[in-house]
Design a protein around this ligand. Structure first.
Ligand SMILES: Cc1cc2nc3c(=O)[nH]c(=O)nc-3n(C[C@H](O)[C@H](O)[C@H](O)COP(=O)(O)OP(=O)(O)OC[C@H]3O[C@@H](n4cnc5c(N)ncnc54)[C@H](O)[C@@H]3O)c2cc1C
Length: 665
């Protein structure tokens, strides 16, 4: 099948406007005869459901949690980007577009990203109108902070709980429509297949997770907003329930899956503590605005710290290696995530990791306590403040900005991060890959759309911080409501879609048989046993550094593990009760298929991109040589190397990476 991205013609800055001026519309009276299914009610699905219902469509929304408020989006901490230029520091639509394309290692679809940057400003207005309590500055205006890979402050935030506040906004917009009867909400329902009739997505098969009942639901279009699949690694910062099933089912019914191996490894997570852990915790990237990352310069100090005979606070400035500031002076601690993660791994691989596992670096706030404390002393007219007073004043400011994150760290690690630096290490966090979509956000199955983290389109090989919330809400509030109308305009006379067709019957049969298999198999190993094993293969062989030999082994190992799973998995309980293990069995079965595709994708990409280094062959000094291919965008401004690619140049020089040029259309 030839892929057609359906990017409108014309200059990039006019595409979206021209597109909207010329698409087909569905008139208000006809919208009430059209049904849309939305799978997922996180920020992407919640905002889409509310907006489509407000427009007049009949929406059926599905979530496996007991409320849309519990979608994984609620965990988002640091903020949401928008090109408002409130700080007057040089931001613009173009800059946000440019940063996103560059941050994604030139592998995003530029037309989508330009549209994203354009609508970003509307998102903030929309959310403020909903009452989202974004942080404000002294004068009462909306405040901003910086995230990695950019030179401006464009991130809007609500302390360390931005996702929660945004989701409450989307949820209240949804609730209005639920009360009006325009959204029918199916909590605790899991979509287990998509139904394709005459080549078009016309419904889903869902399981009521409380009663076990299998249900058929029809609609004129199906929107997948099911989030990311980072849990294919078992350990990640994602919510425990995040999974690939909805995306994988549409893939198996004919939707293409793009860039499955592009995973974001976030640099600031609480390090793993042992083999029995089931979850990793993020420390928001916003902390890099005020925290400095370092490891000891000297291996003796590393050893003493690991043995407990020295504390990190005892090391003087010249005994510390602030390696990001040293390597990347233009961006310092705010380099993009992929760069920060690789640099942490490089230091830890070289033996400088500061905890028992050797996989941790410090994130230190002492300099900020001092900087803010001195400023506050001046503001409060305190002359000759003591060091203790300065620290106290500075800590109050840091607490106001990131208090909940510090509290969370202390609860998990049992160390007070105001007194000793935090320890952090990279962890799986986000998946840039996902279901392939065209400019309309439609998959290769007509009438089936994918939005938010579930699709692949906007972030290339690496997503910049605070841009997932932006994309999810852009898709849901401002993009899909237009693009879906263009498709649905052909359906105004179709009438209700029947669920009594052979296609619904066949899909339901397949779902039921799989559930019965799990319950009746009575094997020897738990679902988690397989999930953990898969996660280890993924992290060891398809993680930050990858090589052809390891990937080939991973493909074999995953395939063997999958066979073992289907023979020996054990699912306790019955299919007619709330059975968490049964639901998880289906999700892990899909992860076991995705994992193999993931490794195959990584194998054929003979390149390093984003957080992933492809180690190809040995150099003379025995070090694995890394290949980095840059895709330069021939159709857009960058002909040859972007002039301000300071960061990439610094990085490439430091890491001795071979640069190959390739043009991309
Ligand atoms: C700890 C953490 C912090 C983050 N902080 C930030 C941040 O500060 N800024 C930022 O921009 N991004 C951040 N991100 C990323 C961002 O939170 C996510 O990318 C984004 O929230 C995804 O939104 P979504 O609506 O696409 O999916 P989700 O919020 O994951 O929602 C998925 C929905 O799909 C439903 N679902 C899934 N499968 C099925 C199925 N088969 N059947 C029925 N329903 C299903 C779920 O019930 C849920 O409602 C963070 C991520 C993490 C892990």
């Amino acid at each position: 099948m030839a892929l057609d991205s359906k990017i409108p013609k014309g200059p990039i800055k006019d595409k979206w406007t021209d597109y909207k001026n010329h698409i087909n519309l569905v008139n208000p009276a006809n919208k009430r005869h059209i049904d849309v299914i939305v799978v997922g009610t996180g920020l992407a699905g919640g905002s889409a459901s509310a907006t489509l219902a407000e427009l007049g469509y009949n929406v059926k929304a599905f979530a496996y949690q007991d409320s849309p408020r519990r979608a994984h989006s609620i965990a988002a901490q640091g903020g949401i980007n928008a090109a408002k230029n409130y700080q007057g520091d040089g931001d613009s639509t173009y800059r946000l577009f440019y940063d996103t394309v560059k941050g994604g290692d030139y592998r995003s679809r530029e037309a989508n990203v330009y549209r994203l940057a354009e609508v970003s400003a509307n998102i903030i207005d929309q959310c403020v109108a909903q009452g989202v309590p974004f942080a404000r500055d002294y004068g009462g205006l909306l405040d901003n902070r910086s995230f990695g890979g950019v030179l401006v402050s464009r991130t809007f935030y609500a302390k360390g709980q931005t996702g929660q506040q945004l989701l409450l906004g989307a949820y209240s917009a949804m609730n209005r429509q639920i009360a009006r009867g325009k959204i029918e909400m199916f909590n605790r329902h899991e979509m287990l297949d998509v139904v394709v009739v005459d080549g078009k997505a016309r419904g889903i098969i869902a399981r009521n997770l409380v009663t076990g009942e299998i249900e058929r639901h029809s609609a004129h279009a199906v929107v997948i907003a099911s989030g990311g699949y980072g849990n294919v690694y078992f350990l990640s910062t994602n919510a425990m329930g995040s999974n690939v099933t909805a995306g994988w089912k549409v893939h198996k019914k004919g939707a293409y899956f793009a860039n499955p191996c592009y995973t974001q490894i976030h640099p600031t997570c609480i390090p793993r503590s042992g083999d029995y852990q089931s979850k990793l915790t993020l420390m928001s990237e916003s902390l890099r605005n005020d925290g400095r990352i370092w490891v000891p310069k000297n291996l003796d100090d590393v050893k003493a710290i690991r043995e407990g005979s020295k504390k990190p606070t005892e090391l003087t400035e010249d005994q510390r290696d602030y390696y990001l500031e040293r390597r990347y002076p233009a961006f310092g601690n705010l380099v993009p995530r992929d760069v920060a993660s690789r640099a942490a791994k490089e230091r830890c691989d070289a033996g400088y990791g500061v905890n028992a596992t050797g996989e941790a670096v410090y994130l230190d706030f002492v300099a900020s306590f001092e900087r803010y404390g001195k400023e506050q002393a001046k503001i409060q007219n305190i002359s000759n403040p003591s060091e203790a007073k300065i620290k106290e004043l500075g800590q109050e400011i840091v607490k106001a900005k990131y208090g909940n994150l510090f509290q969370m760290y202390e609860k998990i690690v049992d160390e007070n991060p105001y007194e000793t630096p935090m320890m952090i290490y990279p962890a799986v966090h986000y998946t840039m890959g996902g279901v392939w979509v065209d400019y309309n956000l439609m998959t290769t199955i007509p009438g089936c759309y994918a939005i938010g983290e579930a699709n692949f389109s906007d972030h290339g090989a690496n997503r910049l911080g605070a841009s997932a919330l932006m994309q999810g809400l852009a898709d849901g509030y401002f993009v899909l409501p237009y693009t879906i109308g263009d498709y649905l305009a052909d359906d105004i006379r179709t009438g209700k879609i029947s669920t009594e067709s052979s296609e619904f019957e066949a899909a339901e049969k397949e779902v039921t048989e799989r559930i019965e298999f799990f319950i009746n198999n009575e094997g020897t190993h738990s679902v988690d046993y397989y999930h953990k094993k898969l996660g280890k293969i993924m992290w060891d062989k398809c993680g930050m550094s990858r090589n052809a030999e390891g990937l080939e082994i991973a493909i074999e190992e995953i395939s063997a593990l999958r066979k073992d799973f289907w023979q020996n998995v054990n699912v306790p309980g019955t299919s007619t009760e709330y059975n968490e293990q049964l639901a998880k069995a289906g999700r892990v079965a899909d992860f076991l298929e995705l994992g193999e595709l993931f490794a195959k994708d990584a194998l054929v990409r003979e390149e390093s991109a984003g957080g992933h280094f492809r180690e190809e062959h040995q150099t003379e000094d025995g070090e694995a040589k890394r290949i980095k291919e840059f895709q330069f965008v021939s159709a857009w401004e960058y002909k040859g190397e972007p002039k301000d690619a300071v960061l990439h140049k610094e990085e490439l020089a430091y890491e001795n990476i071979e640069v190959k040029e390739r043009s991309y259309k």
